[in-house]
Design a protein around this ligand. Structure first.
Ligand SMILES: [Cu+2]
Length: 146
């Protein structure tokens, strides 16, 4: 019995050490992300809640969040997605996915989602963007991996 307690204690400590890093970001009808920058530890398990807290219909004001690989510019990527045919129902064309670290689907008003991914193991900057047509001009940010 004593051994069992020690094993349970060890498992608890281990799972705490690997607890997810939680981040919440909202998008709104004013083309704003609620936070523009957040920090995570290299290699951390990230649990990112994304919510569209707007009221306008999804076809007019849908939002997603796309976290890019290191070195990819959010502005350049937004333009590339548009050229690849991004539209109000398919905001993130398959042909640009090679630049993407993690992303949510496109959300309508009051929808939310949790996406899970692992932070890269190397420190660096990862720009993020909403790829609903033309939103990339305004809806951008940075994930800092430390
Ligand atoms: Cu948007």
């Amino acid at each position: 019995m004593k051994h069992l307690s020690i094993i349970i204690l060890s498992i608890t400590l281990l799972s705490n050490a690997h607890a997810n890093t939680k981040v919440s970001i909202y998008g709104n009808d004013q083309l704003q992300f609620s936070i523009k920058e957040f920090e995570v530890k290299a290699g951390a398990h990230i649990e990112l809640e994304f919510k569209n807290e707007g009221k306008l219909p999804k076809v007019a004001m849908g939002h997603n969040i796309v976290i890019l690989k290191e070195g990819i510019s959010a502005i350049a990527f937004g333009g590339k997605a548009m050229q690849a045919g991004a539209n109000a129902t398919n905001a993130l064309p398959e042909s640009v996915m090679g630049d993407v670290l993690a992303h949510s689907k496109l959300l309508g008003p009051d929808e939310d989602i949790i996406i899970r991914f692992k932070a890269p193991k190397n420190p660096g900057l990862h720009q993020l963007v909403c790829t609903f047509p033309d939103h990339y001009a305004m809806m951008r940010g940075v994930m800092v991996v430390k």
